[in-house]
Design a protein around this ligand. Structure first.
Ligand SMILES: [Zn+2]
Length: 94
């Protein structure tokens, strides 16, 4: 089993992390497939599906893609802008 690291976003801590993902040992799986006359293809396939998730190294929970970070940034900026407009309006009124 190897470990692959990738820059991802952790929504639980609201920060960018170097998330880790376990990569299956393909040579071992290939050998097992040969020895079991192809039967091992089923568990190999299932394992490759579950090991696709990345996990945050600091909190251990599943990390999200950078797309979510960009989405959150956009939302934050929109909210900050709205707040600024609101403040300006209040200043004018008061
Ligand atoms: Zn985290």
């Amino acid at each position: 089993m190897g470990v692959r690291k990738e820059q991802m976003y952790c929504r639980h801590e609201d920060k960018i992390v170097l998330a880790e993902r376990n990569t299956p040992n393909h040579i071992l799986h290939l050998l097992l497939t040969v020895f079991t006359f192809g039967l091992w293809l089923i568990p190999w396939f299932l394992m490759s599906q579950t090991s696709r998730a990345h996990f945050c190294p600091s909190c251990g929970r599943q990390a999200d893609g950078m797309w979510l970070y960009r989405k959150m940034e956009k939302k934050r900026k929109t909210e900050a802008f709205k707040q600024k407009m609101e403040d300006a309006r209040n200043r004018q009124a008061g």
